[in-house]
Design a protein around this ligand. Structure first.
Ligand SMILES: NC(=O)C1=CN([C@@H]2O[C@H](COP(=O)(O)OP(=O)(O)OC[C@H]3O[C@@H](n4cnc5c(N)ncnc54)[C@H](O)[C@@H]3O)[C@@H](O)[C@H]2O)C=CC1
Ligand SMILES: O=C(O)CCC(=O)C(=O)O
Length: 410
């Protein structure tokens, strides 16, 4: 399909070393203006680069705040090449008429496998034994080493990752309990705990799989850590803000917790050349990983393809299916029509003004799709019009009060 705004003029800014599979997907779809950066950009540079971009692709480090998004005057869509979207001000993007897409499943298996590996390593005291061996020591002893079989794994956040961790843990013979704010179908023999506190008191290993939300910020602090069983273990591969890291360090120092595995931190380095600072540094019983829960080649490859496909589909066809912040519209193509997009504040009267405009111009509407949420309305209109008429219609649509964006797609 030939788009009105030529694809070769659409600037795609890809940051944080997103998989090359994304680059190839854009190229295959006819997008040639690709700017690729291995790292997250410092804020000033990000503002300058995003001001030029029509599409931006990021991972978890780039913060797309309201201030940054305000610079992005040409931006039509954001792709988060990951699951978490907490790094984007989703409300601000919505109010600017910019849909945000992510990859909700592609790296879940990778996180689940890492968590299972860490569970076994922590139960066996491998991190501290490994560290001592590297220093020339030797602790051949069974003290403090346990099998995973029959231990209780407590999963906080029983979603896509949490459920997979549960299934894998049961195959090791672990007993699985979980806590979630939603009522969830138990897989296998997993059982819902009565509350977070109940889970913390019963689990030998607690693993966190909640998103970053106001309710999960510092969800595990001094009080919650004290509720965990003496000698128990904590794994956090969710978000750094979910755990009070100083409280965790204190609990480990006091030997209340026997160990931890932490993949995500309240402050993470911007790139691989920057220093990593944490109160957990130097603790042999803590596995520290640089936010690589989802970093396998398989996951990154799949994420690159999935998110690029969503961005291309929106850019080519107007489909917002699976956008995380936007009314979802999925459209068949009507190649013999002209397609116009109109994104507006969801206030009364906008749709009737749009339709008045077409009837006044005696333009036949072939198809119309509307979805709204509490803030934004998104209408796609296929019309029988020529190129000149559709350009004029776009300008008139743009003049309707409440309009956020209006475009001729093809
Ligand atoms: N370390 C890494 O590299 C990765 C980290 N993640 C993180 O893992 C998080 C979870 O991923 P998924 O399982 O795919 O998400 P999901 O949305 O499928 O599951 C999250 C679950 O947490 C529950 N939840 C939300 N708020 C809660 C609360 N206050 N208390 C208890 N439960 C609550 C939800 O109801 C849901 O069942 C992501 O949001 C992301 O931040 C995801 C992928 C890779
Ligand atoms: O791979 C990344 O950059 C982030 C992974 C992650 O945390 C996510 O998918 O939410």
């Amino acid at each position: 399909m030939k788009t009105s705004f030529p694809k070769q003029d659409i600037k795609v800014l890809l940051l944080e070393g997103v998989s090359r599979s994304a680059v190839e997907s854009f190229q295959r779809a006819g997008y040639s203006q690709l700017e690729y950066h291995e790292k997250a950009l410092p804020e000033a540079e990000l503002k300058a680069r995003i001001a030029e971009a029509h599409i931006v692709g990021i991972r978890s480090r780039t913060q797309l705040t309201d201030e940054v998004l305000q610079q992005a005057k040409r931006l039509i869509a954001v792709g988060c090449f990951c699951i978490g979207t907490n790094q984007v001000d989703l409300g601000s993007a919505r109010r600017l008429g910019v849909p945000v897409f992510n990859a909700p499943y592609s790296n879940t298996r990778s996180v689940a496998e890492l968590v299972i590996a860490e569970t076994i390593m922590l139960l066996r005291g491998v991190p501290q034994k490994n560290a001592l061996c590297h220093r020339g020591g030797w602790t051949k002893s069974a003290a403090g080493s346990f099998e995973a079989r029959d231990k209780v794994l407590g999963i906080v956040g029983y979603g896509h990752i949490g459920t997979q961790v549960g299934v894998l843990a049961e195959s090791l013979g672990m007993r699985v309990i979980f806590h979630d704010i939603e009522s969830k179908l138990s897989l296998g023999n997993a059982r819902a705990a009565n509350s977070l506190e109940d889970l913390l008191e019963r689990a030998d290993v607690v693993t966190l799989h909640v998103p970053e939300t106001p309710a999960t910020q510092m969800m595990i602090g001094t009080r919650e850590l004290a509720r965990m069983r003496k000698g128990s273990l904590l794994i956090n591969a969710s978000r750094g803000t979910v755990v009070d890291i100083d409280a965790l360090a204190a609990s480990l120092r006091s030997e209340h917790l026997a160990g931890a595995a932490v993949d995500v931190f309240p402050v993470e380095p911007k790139g691989n050349d920057d220093a990593f600072v944490s109160p957990l540094l130097g603790m042999d019983n803590v596995i520290l990983t640089p936010h690589i829960g989802g970093s396998t080649l398989e996951a990154q490859d799949n994420i690159g393809i999935e998110v690029a496909a969503k961005l291309v589909r929106y850019s080519d066809n107007g489909s917002t299916l699976s956008a995380v912040n936007f009314p979802e519209v999925s459209l068949p193509e009507h190649p013999r029509s002209r397609r116009l997009l109109h994104i507006h504040r969801n206030v009364p009267g906008v749709l009737s003004r749009i339709n008045e405009l077409f009837s006044a111009g005696n333009i036949n509407i072939d198809a119309q799709f509307l979805q709204t949420d509490s803030e934004v309305g998104y209408v796609v209109i296929d019309v029988a019009a020529d190129e000149k008429q559709s350009g004029e219609l776009r300008d008139r649509l743009a003049a309707i009060p409440g309009t956020l964006r209006s475009r001729v797609l093809y």
